[in-house]
Design a protein around this ligand. Structure first.
Ligand code: SF4
Ligand code: SF4
Length: 106
């Protein structure tokens, strides 16, 4: 005989919710600013941050540490945010590419 209040027959499962790691740029290390950023529109990026390849294509320069030349190494924030390239504007926090970079670099 099964009693409703018998503890061994309690079918409820206690689920412990594991905290999800919050995806935010504050908990990141500017992972996406190590990617190659092609300049496909003119957003006013200062020339000192631009590299031109042998075919005339333009991209954000990167320094020896791998990060974009326009990244402030102390704050890990973009120093040309108002003029950042279109690709940077369209890169969305929490989207697939962001998660891939975080997983690879954090
Ligand atoms: S968009 Fe994503 S990868 Fe880029 S700094 Fe923010 S959290 Fe990091
Ligand atoms: S331009 Fe700014 S947002 Fe874009 S890669 Fe460089 S530092 Fe990051």
């Amino acid at each position: 005989m099964i009693l409703d209040d018998e503890p061994f027959n309690d079918k409820r499962i206690n689920v412990t919710a594991l905290p999800e790691t919050e995806v935010t740029c504050k908990s990141c290390d500017a992972c996406c600013c190590r990617l190659e950023v092609l300049l496909i529109t003119d957003t006013g990026v200062p020339g000192r941050f631009i590299e031109t390849d042998q075919w005339g294509g333009q991209r954000m320069a990167r320094l020896d540490d791998g990060w974009c030349a326009a990244l402030d190494r102390n704050t890990m924030m973009c120093t040309i945010y108002e003029n950042r390239p279109l690709i940077c504007r369209e890169f969305e926090m929490g989207e697939y590419e962001c998660l891939v970079e975080r997983k690879a670099n954090l």
